[in-house]
Design a protein around this ligand. Structure first.
Ligand SMILES: O=C(O)CCC(=O)C(=O)O
Ligand SMILES: [Fe+2]
Length: 342
């Protein structure tokens, strides 16, 4: 088992079966079942991972407040009809000090919002084209590039588990992956918020650092995270130590979500992570690769894996995602589509 976060070239995942692809599969599975974090490079769409290209997406943060407010979610502006997609503003009293936007598959293809009455499938409020020319096209392109990487990793993980590589495919057709853009500004020392408590700060290499992203594990299958050159992300290793996940151009940090951990009976690890305040504003771009809302998640044919009661992805996701502070106050707005067997 490796202690550090490995960088893995994944070009071979996009080609035919080969010894090189087998080696990449092996390294990915070792990361997935070991530390639960890796960095990947060399894939179609990796041209996105430069400061200039990321800046095309991050332009949205320079919009005047009045434009951002038009994108707010219902829990921040009750005149809005969107609950799950859209803008979350800074919440100064919360440990997580960030603003940003959550975008769904309709960003890549407008036909991919569902007519079903489900907030998990609602359309994403987006800035008008005239306000941010070319931005929607860039975000659509980025979303599609990340879906492709997520898909390639999904196939690799299936092979790594000794399962047919297409075993997950039906679950991911019409998936509801989220592209999120985040900005963590420096905390405003004059805001009157007492950040002196232990939940707000940690000692890192002898220095007191404020936490700006609360410790958590992600909910979905895999997360593909583009960092924007500024440090701060940390992952918890198996020895329960916090290790830095340094940003590097041309790479995505990858971690595995709780869905995959449950699905594989714990064979893959959903690693906990957090963000500590850097010296400058931090931006990050996570892409949460996720199945369709009505996917029925049942135990995989893995020997020795703990069985579990099948569940619907949407029910599980809503329960999990609405615990995060940017989704506060909406849990009761969606009822499980399947009653729990008690
Ligand atoms: O900003 C980061 O680097 C981490 C973001 C994150 O963990 C999340 O949004 O789930
Ligand atoms: Fe996360």
């Amino acid at each position: 088992m490796t202690r550090d976060i490995e960088t893995i070239g994944i070009a071979d995942l996009f080609g035919p079966p080969s010894p090189a692809r087998d080696r990449a599969d092996g390294r990915i599975m070792a990361a997935a079942s070991g530390i639960g974090f890796m960095a990947v490079r060399d894939f179609p769409g990796d041209a996105w991972l430069t400061p200039d290209r990321r800046a095309q997406l991050l332009r949205i943060f320079a919009l005047p407040d009045i434009e951002k407010q038009k994108l707010l979610r219902w829990n921040f502006d009750s005149t809005r009809k969107n609950f799950y997609r859209g803008w979350f503003p800074l919440q100064p009293a919360a440990v997580s000090y960030k603003e940003g936007i959550d975008m769904g598959p309709d960003i890549a293809d407008a036909a991919r919002v569902s007519v079903v009455d489900d907030p998990l499938c609602e359309p994403t409020p987006l800035p008008a084209e005239g306000t941010l020319p070319g931005w929607r096209t860039a975000a659509a392109d980025y979303y599609r590039a990340m879906e492709r990487v997520g898909n390639a990793l999904m196939w690799s993980i299936a092979r790594g588990l000794g399962l047919p590589e297409t075993i997950f495919d039906p679950y991911f057709e019409h998936g509801i992956s989220t592209l999120r853009l985040i900005r963590y500004p420096l905390r405003d020392a004059t805001a009157g918020i007492d950040t002196g408590g232990p939940e707000f700060s940690v000692v890192h290499k002898g220095e007191i650092r404020t936490i700006i992203g609360r410790e958590h594990a992600d909910s979905g299958f895999v997360t593909l995270l583009a960092q924007d050159g500024v440090e701060g992300l940390q992952a918890k290793n198996r020895a329960d130590e916090w290790i830095d996940v340094p940003p590097a151009n041309g790479t995505l940090a990858v971690n595995f979500g709780q869905l995959l951990e449950r699905w594989t009976g714990g064979r893959v690890r959903a690693t906990r992570h957090r963000v500590i305040a850097p010296k400058t504003t931090r931006f990050s771009i996570p892409f949460f690769y996720e199945p369709r809302v009505d996917a029925e998640i049942a135990p995989l044919p893995l020997s020795g894996a703990e069985p579990f009661e099948p569940f619907l992805y949407g029910d599980y996701l809503w329960e999990s995602a609405t615990n995060f502070v940017e989704m506060s106050g909406i849990k009761n707005l969606r009822q499980p589509r399947r009653a729990k067997v008690s």
